[in-house]
Write a protein that binds this ligand. Structure first.
Ligand SMILES: Nc1ncnc2c1ncn2[C@@H]1O[C@H](COP(=O)(O)OP(=O)(O)OP(=O)(O)O)[C@@H](O)[C@H]1O
Ligand SMILES: [Mg+2]
Length: 497
């Protein structure tokens, strides 16, 4: 149905795509896999007509397409759910779904009745229960993702490309999406599916194409390949165990560095726990269990009603993030786009913003020391960029994530670090590097808190894991007796406890 031949795309200093062939057949799921910066999103943008390649051919149903025309791509039945959501927060959900194609009444005004009826039908298909008239700005990231998928479904799409569609979805929403993909393929729709989660590719896809540095390295039927082989194709070499368990040294009999008692906000109820210097404590739970809300309350971003936070024996005033930061707390939020990543600045500036004081003497920054720190972070996190002077705006989604994380990982005067979904959008190969960095931070005596929806991540990283449900800590596991099934059972709150 869709054929791309010999696609090449060069950006200043980067060959994003190099002679890539890619096609989609009716009713199949063709997955696209590769490290951060491998060229996946660029290829999707070429399909959508929003990016003009330097060379290549594009056919839909055997007919040649002009590059760089989103309208043509759309008319030919190619629909795309982009990695970076492009939505208008001030418009309603329905208006976003039908953006640019609002149904008109005979009077020439927008036909609200039809608009809302059609939108409601599409929202039902993606399993989103919000009123079509709701302003998009009120929706969570997950809900917006579903709106984006509803938008893709709003035309008679023959091919739907989804760029990391599940990165912000909960388990239940992911299941709904998978069911939807199954139904679409049964109807003959071809799906292009980009994800870093290998288990999703194995569950959904018929073929997997791997990109490395803009080149297609392999295309294999899913039934004929293993996870290890895919990882090897992605990196070009074999990797050690993906989630190595890291042993840590801290004395559980020491006084904890961070002690939280009875912390209560609108969304968090009577939360009590402690973390030692050098310890990594995880927070598991379903979407909406209150992990992000707990992180925000701890860092003073949300108003709290009761409770106490003690750091190093001293009370941290509640409800003030500047005071929390002053006392040595760091927080990497789930939505890192809003975490002050300065898109127009360079990787170097973004990474060292928080540590300039340490790199300076008498008011001047030691540039060679700065370069060293940045070079090390870029190498360890495998940030794909041809230099540290590249603007962050031009990096791929995952590489932007890495830069934000690096900012905190290289900060040395931290006592407590709170990480919310530290590896969202990050490729499998870079994950273990990030885990090592987190372990390294703990080793320096920092108390680390990790909020994560990925249980394997918590199991490999954490010394202890708390399970949250409805804003409360419902169960605590020591690393030695934690396993995925028990974490899930506690999170759902059914059956054995
Ligand atoms: N507008 C741009 N200007 C300059 N370079 C760009 C631009 N867009 C993408 N690139 C570069 O092209 C390469 C491929 O990026 P792309 O976004 O396609 O990667 P990706 O495979 O989608 O990665 P991720 O998994 O992180 O989303 C990267 O090196 C990126 O920095
Ligand atoms: Mg991408």
């Amino acid at each position: 149905m869709l054929q791309l031949r010999g696609i090449g795309k060069r950006y200043p200093g980067v060959l994003a795509l190099d002679g890539v062939d890619f096609d989609v057949r009716p009713g199949e799921v063709h997955a696209l896999l590769g490290e951060n910066g491998a060229g996946k999103s660029t290829l999707i943008k070429v399909m959508a007509g929003v990016q003009v390649p330097d060379e290549g051919e594009y056919l839909v149903d055997g007919k040649p397409m002009t590059f760089g025309s989103p309208k043509d791509a759309h008319a030919a039945g190619v629909s795309v759910v982009f990695q970076e959501l492009s939505q208008v927060e001030s418009l309603s959900v329905a208006e976003n779904v039908f953006f640019g194609r609002l149904p008109a009444s005979p009077l020439g005004t927008v036909d609200r009745g039809t608009l809302h009826r059609e939108a409601r039908r599409l929202l039902e298909r993606v399993g989103l229960t919000v009123d079509p008239g709701t302003r998009l700005g009120f929706l969570s990231v997950a809900q917006r993702q579903l709106v984006e998928i509803a938008k893709a479904l709003s035309t008679d799409a023959k091919v739907i490309a989804m760029d990391e569609p599940t990165s912000a979805l909960s388990y239940a929403e992911i299941e709904t999406l998978f069911d939807l993909v199954d139904r679409l393929t049964e109807q003959g729709v071809g799906i292009v599916y980009v994800s870093h989660k290998l288990e999703e590719l194995f569950r959904l896809s018929d073929r997997i194409t791997v990109l490395r540095d803009g080149r297609k390295v392999a295309e294999t039927p899913t039934t004929e390949i293993t996870a290890d082989e895919l990882v090897t194709q992605m990196v070009g070499r074999e990797l050690d165990a993906m989630f190595p368990r890291m042993a840590r040294t801290f004395d559980p009999n020491d006084t904890p560095l961070l002690e939280v008692t009875g912390l209560t906000s609108d969304m968090v109820h009577d939360v009590t726990f402690s973390v030692h210097a050098g310890e990594v404590v995880g927070f598991s739970g379903l979407m909406g269990a209150g992990r992000t809300e707990l992180a925000r309350a701890l860092f003073g971003l949300d108003r709290t009603k009761a409770g106490q936070i003690r750091l190093d024996g001293r009370v941290v005033p509640r409800g003030s993030s500047p005071r929390a930061a002053e006392r040595g707390m760091g927080y990497v939020p789930e939505d890192r786009k809003s975490d002050g990543l300065v898109l127009v600045s360079t990787i170097r500036d973004n990474m060292t913003l928080a540590v300039l004081r340490r790199l300076s003497r008498g008011g001047t920054v030691n540039r060679s020391k700065e370069r060293g720190v940045v070079r090390d972070a870029i190498a360890r996190l495998r940030v794909k960029a041809h230099s540290a002077e590249v603007k962050v705006a031009t990096l791929s989604g995952g590489n932007q994530q890495k830069v934000t994380l690096a900012r905190w990982l290289i900060k040395e005067d931290l006592k407590v670090l709170i990480l919310d979904e530290p590896t969202r959008g990050i490729d499998v190969n870079s994950k273990s590097e990030i885990y090592k960095l987190i372990a390294g931070i703990a080793e320096r005596g920092v108390a680390v808190l990790v909020m994560s929806s990925e249980m394997p991540e918590l199991l490999s990283l954490c010394d202890r894991i708390h399970v949250m449900r409805d804003g409360r800590l419902v169960k605590e596991f020591d690393h030695a007796d934690a396993n995925q099934e028990d974490l899930m059972t506690a999170a759902i709150g059914k059956g054995k406890q």
